[in-house]
Structure formats: structure tokens, C-alpha cells
Design a protein around this ligand. Structure first.
Ligand code: F3S
Length: 297
């Protein structure tokens, strides 16, 4: 049996960003995106064939182009640089990320040190940290957070503001929260993990606990896809793939229950292709099994 998670695929914010690019193309605009619009090489390649360029800095945008800012968001200084050059842009930052920008900007302006649970090298985190008007720290695990407080005992009394990268692991955050409640005396704590992520991770956890094998479909550079893989791998054998072609090399034969989930930047068309290919492989397996039975009689 093959079961596809209901929450697999594009989330609201990613869908909105991709739709923004298509809408501009439809209007006849020349479009470039600040970084790949989503972590899906197949969709990015399809957009490239339609003329969408990827740039890595505002200065690379050409006159006549419209820049799209992806759902991860950017630090405010990036949009300031676009405005200084008079380059038109459409900000497709996910509203849930925007909310963190506001919290961080207001909290740090009010004198709170920003404590962000997230990956310092991730573009969403870079965008959030760009809104800080004072000191900040990032941490990836409850252990790392605890060490930070051990190294600086004054931190527990400092005015702090805690929030999380939208795709942060829910269980790891719960461990962090347990520690924060025990130690901090002046902390504002906000839950900024996106529901789409939390629901997807929860469903992946349930589905992987019921499956022999899990297939996670998504870009290898996508952090939410990597987290889904980690969640599933805790319960059963798990493989991360980008396209249906990769299924051929996987030990799918003989598995009774296979679950499929997909990251937030995986188009529905790729999930469908994976499902169709897996169904074909499974049918072939059943056929071979019957043939083997006949031969042994
Ligand atoms: Fe937005 Fe949540 Fe998606 S923050 S981009 S809806 S994962």
C-alpha cells in the first residue's frame, strides 16, 4: 500500500511566490528572482527556459527587469538597495515570515536581545537577523542554547525575545522551551514555527511510524525537506529524492507499506509522477511475485 501525506507539497507562502512570478510573466514583464524562487531545481529550470534570471544581489538586476523577493524574505537593506537603484520589485515574502520581521524589529528596538532558534546560514534567518537593531544570537539545538547560558550567566536576567525560523523542528523547540521556562526571568517568547511545517512534520511522524519505508520528495538544498527526512528516519527507512527517476535505484521491492511526503517547495506534478512510478514498480513487484509462485509450484 502506498500512502501520500495530505500535507505533502507547496505551502501557502511558496505557492504565493511562484504564482507571483507566473503572474508577472503573464503580464509580459522581464523577471529575475533574488536567489532561486524555490528549492526545486526542476521548477527553477522550467522558469529559466521562460526567461526568468536568478540574481544574487540587487546590483545584478538590469534596467527593465522586475525583481521578485522569494518567500524566505530578505534583510531590509536589500530592498533599500533596490529602491536606491529604482529597480521595481515585488515582495513575495511569506506573511508568516513578515510577522517575525516585525516582532524582531520592534523587540530589538525596545532593547530585547533576539534569540532565534534557526540555522544562521539559511536565507530566512539572514533576513530575520537583518531586522535586528541590537544584539542577537542563534541556536540550533536545546543543548547549544544551554551552553550559551552556561558561558554567559548574565543572559538569564537580560531582556530577551525568543522566536524560531518558520521551519524549525517542533520537538527540538519544545526542549528549548522547557529550558527557557526553567532559566529565564525576563524573556518574551513567541511561537513562530509555521503551522504548515508543524502539520507536515506531525503527519510525516505518524505516517512513518505506520510505514516500512518513507520517500521524501524535495530539493536537496531545502531545509524543510531535510527536516522531514530526519523526522521520518527516526521511525523507518527513509530516502530523499528530487525526481521520480531516482526511485529505480531504491529498494522498494517487497515493501508492504510505503509512505510519501514532500517538502514545501515540491510541485504537485512531481509528487504525482513519484506516485505513478511507485505504483508501476509495485505492480511489477506483485507480478514477479506471482510468477515466482507459479514457477515454484
Ligand atoms: Fe510561509 Fe510556512 Fe510556507 S512560513 S513559506 S507558509 S512553510
Amino acid at each position: 500500500m502506498i500512502q501520500v501525506a495530505k500535507t505533502a507539497g507547496f505551502c501557502f507562502g511558496v505557492n504565493r511566490a511562484v504564482e507571483t512570478v507566473y503572474k508577472l510573466l503573464h503580464e509580459g514583464k522581464r523577471v529575475c528572482t533574488l536567489g532561486p524562487i524555490i528549492h526545486n531545481p526542476q521548477l527553477v529550470e522550467s522558469l529559466r527556459r521562460q526567461g526568468v534570471r536568478i540574481i544574487s544581489a540587487p546590483e545584478e538586476a538590469e534596467v527593465g527587469e522586475t525583481v521578485v523577493i522569494r518567500s524566505h524574505g530578505v534583510p531590509p537593506e536589500i530592498t533599500e538597495r533596490l529602491e536606491r537603484r529604482n529597480i521595481p520589485y515585488v515582495d513575495a515574502t511569506c506573511p508568516f515570515v513578515m510577522k517575525i520581521h516585525r516582532l524582531v524589529s520592534e523587540g530589538s528596538a525596545a532593547g530585547r536581545r533576539i534569540m532565534l532558534a534557526g540555522d544562521a546560514g539559511h536565507p530566512e534567518v539572514e533576513g530575520i537577523l537583518g531586522c535586528c537593531k541590537g544584539p542577537y544570537s542563534t541556536f540550533l539545538t536545546a543543548d547549544a542554547l544551554e551552553k550559551m547560558f552556561q558561558n554567559d550567566p548574565e543572559l538569564a536576567k537580560t531582556p530577551l525575545l525568543f522566536c524560531q525560523q518558520t521551519t524549525f523542528n517542533v520537538e527540538e523547540w519544545e526542549k528549548c522551551l522547557f529550558f527557557i521556562k526553567k532559566v529565564c526571568t525576563n524573556a518574551s517568547v513567541f511561537d513562530t514555527i509555521c503551522n504548515a511545517t508543524a502539520n507536515r512534520q506531525q503527519e510525516a511522524k505518524t505516517l512513518s511510524a505506520e510505514s516500512d519505508l518513507m520517500i521524501v520528495v524535495g530539493g536537496r538544498h531545502s531545509s524543510n525537506t531535510a527536516k522531514l527526512r530526519d523526522v521520518c528516519a527516526a521511525s523507518c527507512e527513509t530516502y530523499l529524492i528530487e525526481t521520480a527517476d531516482e526511485l529505480k535505484a531504491l529498494p522498494i521491492a517487497g515493501r508492504r507499506k510505503i509512505g510519501i511526503t514532500a517538502g514545501a517547495s515540491t510541485p504537485a506534478s512531481i509528487i504525482k509522477e513519484v506516485l505513478v512510478t511507485m505504483t508501476e514498480i509495485n505492480e511489477t513487484n506483485e507480478l514477479n511475485f506471482e510468477e515466482m509462485l507459479e514457477e515454484s509450484l
